[in-house]
Write a protein that binds this ligand. Structure first.
Ligand code: COA
Length: 230
């Protein structure tokens, strides 16, 4: 295992329904090794992008090995989703903002009936144009009802849950789902549910609504989603 990646019980707790292994790194590891085809993909990228890509792969390989499997190359697949080994569903996230760096990956054995998604975001103020792209009107009403000190955090919670959902669903559908196609309910309470907002056909392949789980810690929101086929 690469030095600098650590097992994360906190991330594993975001997936209560499935057995997962998760690893994280509190910083980018620019010298984390890559397999030749991974290197060929990322070779021309700027230093920071190569570092986040390599650190994500290091976390993912550690997670796959913790499940008792051999972790080899993880090429970039369809829609930029990593091409996971047969029988594995997994997800990578990396974030770097306001002096913070964080990378993590989670993996689980699957028979193809479910996918998992993971996303980490630094809590920050998003520009109005970005926020309105991510947050539905119903979600915005719930955010407006919160203490103003919680508004940025709530927007990032919406963003992170939706990105985690996107990764989990993509493993099953290989399809695009937009930010307006799903909405969080009960932002002001303990409810942690994502519901479809319309009748996007691809979502009929999935068992919805779906629960999401989040950790808020150290200026980060980290979200985990497990999605099953309908
Ligand atoms: C794909 C996407 C979710 C990645 O999220 P991000 O915040 O930009 O970046 P993160 O660091 O959290 O995750 C990046 C990793 O996601 C993974 N990823 C990229 N595309 C993916 C896909 N289609 N499916 C699953 N995982 C994917 C990759 O491992 C990537 O890291 P890598 O390129 O180093 O391997 C985002 O770029 C995107 O396209 N979002 C729009 C769609 C969406 O979120 N809709 C909401 C539905 S409710």
């Amino acid at each position: 295992m690469v030095t600098g990646v650590f097992r994360s019980d906190a991330i594993e707790s975001l997936f209560p329904e499935v057995e997962t292994a998760a690893f994280e790194s509190p910083e980018m590891l620019p010298d984390a090794p890559l397999f030749p085809e991974e290197q060929a993909f990322i070779g021309n990228a700027v230093v920071g992008r190569r570092a986040e890509f390599a650190t994500g792969r290091a976390c993912a390989r550690a997670a796959i090995e913790a499940l008792g499997l051999t972790a080899g190359s993880i090429p970039v697949g369809n829609g930029r989703m990593p091409d996971w080994p047969e029988g594995i569903t997994a997800a990578i996230t990396h974030t770097r903002r306001e002096g913070r760096e964080y990378v993590a990956a989670v993996a689980a054995k699957t028979d193809g009936s479910f996918g998992i998604g993971l996303d980490a975001e630094v809590i920050q103020t998003l520009k109005d144009g970005v926020r309105t792209m991510i947050v539905t009107e119903a979600e915005q009403s719930e955010i407006d009802a919160l203490d103003p000190g919680l508004h940025n955090e709530a927007v990032i919670r919406v963003f992170s849950a939706k990105e985690a959902f996107y990764k989990a669903q993509y493993a099953l559908t290989s399809s695009w789902v937009g930010f307006g196609d799903m909405a969080l309910t009960g932002l002001s309470g303990a409810a942690t549910t994502l519901v479809p907002t319309g009748s996007l056909a691809v979502l009929k392949q999935l068992s919805l609504p779906v629960d999401y789980h989040q950790i808020l810690s150290n200026g980060l929101v980290v979200s985990g989603v497990t999605v099953r086929r309908s």
